[in-house]
Each structure stands twice: as C-alpha cells, then as structure tokens.
Design a protein around this ligand. Structure first.
Ligand code: PGA
Length: 252
C-alpha cells in the first residue's frame, strides 16, 4: 500500500504575511486528520522560514519548488540542496513544466538536480508531462518515457519513499482543464511499467502523483485510480479551505 502525498505548490505567490496566514489556516484544518499521508507545502524561497516556523511539530512537511545541482560556489541566484535542508526543507520539486517551458530547463538539467538532491539527502518530486500538441500527435507516452528514463536511469535510489514522480500534463496546468481520471491512469500505469523495467519490483512502491487543475470536485475520482498516489496542487492550494478539503478527501 503506497502512502498518499498531497503537495501544495504555491509557485510565485504569497508574500510572507500571506504565507503565514495560509499556513496557519492549513495547520488548523488538517490538525484532526488521523490517517497517514504526506502533506507538503512548497512556498517560494522567501517564505520558507515563515512556513517552517509554523509547521514545526505538525504533520506538514516543507518543500522547495526548485534547486541547483552544485553544493556551493559562484552561482549567482542559485540555491543548493544543502541550503534547502538547512532551511528546513525535506523535499524539493524538480523539472516543473513552468521551468522546462519558461526557463528552458532540459532533461539533462533536471537529471543533475535530481542526482545532487538525492545525494545530499533532499527528497525529490520529479515532474514529467506532455504538451497539448504532443498529446494531439499521440506522443504522450513517448515523451513521458523519455523524461522518466532521463530522470532515473542508472539512479541509485536505496529508498523509494524519497523519490516521487509527478505526472503533470502541461495542457492541464492552471487551465481548469484536468486530465480525466482514465487519461491520467493510462499515463501513470505506463510510468509504473517504465520505472519497473528500469528498477524491478522494488519500484512497485514508487509514488506517482497527478498534477494539473486538481480541485475539491475531482480529487476523489483521480485517487480512485490504481496508480494515482496523490496530487501536486497549484491554484487550489492557495486557498486553505480547498487545500484542506482535498487533504481530507485523500484520507477517506
Ligand atoms: P494547477 O497547478 O493545480 O494550478 O493546475 C498544478 C501544478 O503546476 O503543479
């Protein structure tokens, strides 16, 4: 049985006082949740310490939205895995489609970030997903296969609980147009097969979460799918009420 993960990716939103209010409301909303699932908040760098201070002693864990692959040195503007660990992060998101699309992050950059993070002790959510054009051309599985293989082939992962793949179809992110549970399940099942072929049976335990316009009214049907192990949530995670409802529904 794989433990669900619900992660809120705040993207470039939330000033520090807003981050504080949102976090407080989420903490009180999830306080009575009994079931065992991973709840992550990924604020922008500038609010990491605010959120860290508030979630201490709660079941919520801290994540960054990105990371650099070197440990220290002359890399203006970058933040290393060690620095994120020092700032209280247990996790980081890597390879989000907004970084791939807007900042030209390639599969090889994504791979360097994954290697550095896992080596340094930072857990990873690696994002993959196809564009609308690629889906319409019938290339979805090929694209995702290339991204997944590039992210993990030859990787030395001793503990699959430290590594999560997020399938996020680019056309479903921030558009209100989520992939149907069946569309998502097809890709999630393919990812499980691809990772299984690389790593063998151990990877049955790998969590594959879905992202792209997840909301209170579609989370349940998504999580009913066999290979969907949680969600990476953008817009709906900026509202404490909807984020808490999604977390609660993941436990029912
Ligand atoms: P969205 O974003 O929920 O706003 O579609 C998801 C994501 O980009 O992780």
């Amino acid at each position: 049985m794989r433990k669900y993960m619900i992660a809120g990716n705040w993207k470039m939103n939330m000033l520090r006082h807003e981050a504080s209010e949102l976090t407080r409301n989420i903490i009180s909303g999830v306080a009575d949740i009994k079931h065992d699932l991973d709840i992550l908040l990924a604020p922008p760098y500038t609010s990491l310490d605010v959120v860290r201070g508030l979630i201490e002693g709660t079941k919520i864990k801290l994540s960054a939205q990105d990371v650099f692959w070197e440990d220290r040195g002359a890399y203006t503007g970058e933040i290393s895995p060690t620095m994120l660990l020092d700032a209280g992060c247990e996790w980081t998101i890597i390879g989000h489609s907004e970084r791939r699309g807007i900042l030209d992050e390639t599969d090889s950059i994504v791979r360097k970030k994954i290697d550095a993070s896992l080596n340094d002790g930072l857990n990873v959510i690696a994002c993959v997903g196809e564009t609308l054009e690629q889906r319409e051309n019938g290339e979805t599985i090929d694209i995702v296969k290339t991204q997944v293989e590039s992210a993990i082939a030859g990787l030395d992962i001793d503990d699959t609980s430290r590594f999560v793949i997020a399938y996020e179809p680019v056309w479903a992110i921030g558009t209100g147009k989520n992939a149907t549970p069946e569309q998502s399940e097809d890709v999630h099942a393919a990812i499980r097969e691809i990772t299984g072929n690389i790593f063998g049976q151990d990877f049955e335990q790998l969590r594959i979460i879905y992202g792209g316009s997840v909301k209170v009214d579609n989370i349940k049907e998504l999580l009913e799918m066999e290979n969907i192990d949680g969600a990476l949530i953008g817009g709906a995670g900026l509202n404490a009420d909807s984020f808490v409802k999604i977390v609660k529904m993941a436990g029912e």
